[in-house]
Design a protein around this ligand. Structure first.
Ligand code: GDP
Length: 195
């Protein structure tokens, strides 16, 4: 119900132009085309995020308010092949800085295509989160593209790898197309937001 009250706050072109570092923030991150906008739209109403027709094009950081204290942040996707290497590296640095320095950040939702989880950069960001004890909840997206057995196996494999990385990490299957996994995700976000 709380996620039905979400509304657009501001788009920031750089992390320097973020709202003040106070209250509680949950950030959504993921490789571009992982299904982040679709998941955000699935989890909130009214639908907040614009799904990108060209992956990697949404380079603005979008802030949404849940209430006066609580915000969701949609961070630009990373790893889009057509973005020049130097720009990708630059954005990677900003993202790392945001995750390690933003005091109001209380948790992160990381989107990974269930068929291609745990890319190098996903793992780098997980390490940054672990270094400041920031909890990360992983959504294995587009789960509808896998049959039930392989999806379950993928979930268990990722869960095991996350366990070995020794952070406060959790993982679940998710499908925006089928609307599956919202309840589990809401439950996790609710524990962080301490309404
Ligand atoms: P973003 O770049 O991470 O924001 O990804 P989008 O949400 O824009 O989705 C990228 C592409 O994946 C789009 O073509 C979506 O239609 C597709 N997609 C997203 N979520 C799902 C899903 O749950 N199931 C399936 N089959 N396709 C999805």
């Amino acid at each position: 119900a709380h996620f039905a009250q979400a509304s657009f706050l501001i788009s920031a072109p750089t992390l320097r132009e973020c709202p003040d570092d106070e209250g509680l923030e949950i950030a959504f991150v993921g490789r571009s085309n992982a299904g982040k906008s679709s998941a955000l739209n699935c989890l909130t109403s009214p639908r907040l995020a614009r799904t990108s027709k060209t992956p990697g094009r949404t380079q603005l950081i979008n802030f949404f308010t849940l209430d006066e204290q609580r915000r969701l942040v949609d961070l630009p996707g990373y790893g889009y092949a057509k973005v020049p290497e130097a720009m990708r590296r630059e954005w990677g640095k900003h993202l790392g800085a945001y995750i390690s320095e933003r005091k109001c950040l209380i948790g992160m939702v990381m989107l990974m295509d269930a068929r291609h989880p745990l890319t190098d950069f996903d793992c780098q960001l997980l390490e940054v989160a672990a270094s400041r004890d920031l909890p990360v909840h992983v959504l294995l997206t587009k789960a509808d593209k896998l049959k039930r057995g392989p999806a379950k196996n993928q979930l268990l494999a990722v869960r095991q790898e996350l366990k070995e990385m020794q952070g406060d990490f959790s993982v679940q299957l998710f499908s925006s197309l089928k609307g599956e996994g919202c309840g589990e995700a809401w439950k996790k976000l609710d524990t962080w937001l301490a309404w």
